[in-house]
Write a protein that binds this ligand. Sequence first.
Ligand code: ZN
Ligand code: ZN
Length: 368
Amino acid sequence: MDRYLRHSLIDWFPQERVQNCRIAIVGCGAIGNEVAKNLALLGIGNIDLFDYDNIEIHNLTKSVLFREEDVGSMKAEIAAVRLRELNPDISVTAHHGDFWDTLSLLQMNIYSSIIGCVDNFEARVRLNFLCRATCSNFIDTGIDSKFGQVSIFPFKHNNSASCYECSLPDSVYARMQERYSCGWLRNLAFIERKIPTTVITASLAGSLAASKALQLIVDEEPSNSLRLFANSFTGKTVITEIEKNNQCPCCSSLMKTISITSKNPSVDIVVSNFPNKNQIISTSEPILISMRCVQCNLGNDAKIIFERAEKYDSSLEICPRCSCESIALDIRDRFSVSELKEHFSGRNLPVKFIRRDSVDSTMIIEME
Ligand SMILES: [Zn+2]
Ligand SMILES: [Zn+2]
């Protein structure tokens, strides 16, 4: 216990609880590095790191865990190696890949907090949904060259706390939609806005986020969602309560009772859970069902594709045979049980989960 001698002098520091808990860090970039370093040194016993990306040379000005020889290696893997060096007492697991695929809804209740260190709104919206649906504490972070922002959504202690989408302006949805061409194909013309950041704002947000994660371990009293906005130049911090929005696309779609299970992705197995054939099922991502050229009739045999629409890009809107732009795409995220059974039997559902909402309950089935 010598390592934690100084912590033991702090009357509120629950070292044993800290060592027994598990925290997920989604995104191992600038802020993720800072959060991870803090949690490892605090002695958080189990840390799960999620990132799909590899280290690039320009990451080195902001990432305390990465070295020049790491360029090209996986961010999550290298961060895990360095955390184990910083504190050999803890267990660190790296998950390389998109968190949407690697973070299972059913495993989320093992985390004391899930800290989002991602750099785009779409990933925040997705992570917020996973945390809200599973009643997991969600801490979101964001930075630019001057400000650090940390929002705390304590869903584990207060499942009716306002969520990230409760306060999201319409302009953000418009910006998110620019990523996609009509019908959720990836828009090839979309250019990601690069936000300038420094290690100063990353470490500011990283220490606030780690501090809030620690508080959520110490204090399990229900509280409301908060946003901290800190100016790294002046030191001024503004704290606001995030108000509940009755029209929130996330909160208002989730019913009072939420059940989560997992099943084999086979359409036949999934539909067998729904005796009422007229029930409507939503999929977590839109599915490209078929495409057809109105001009030259390519695809008129109605070949079924049945893949995630986001796997395809906007080049699909141009006919490969006659080069016209009269391609009719059938892309949907809502299906009736009978339609799935009739047209897609024998296939696998190419989505993270499906859901069915009734008056008072939301049923989520995650694909195994
Ligand atoms: Zn909400
Ligand atoms: Zn054509």
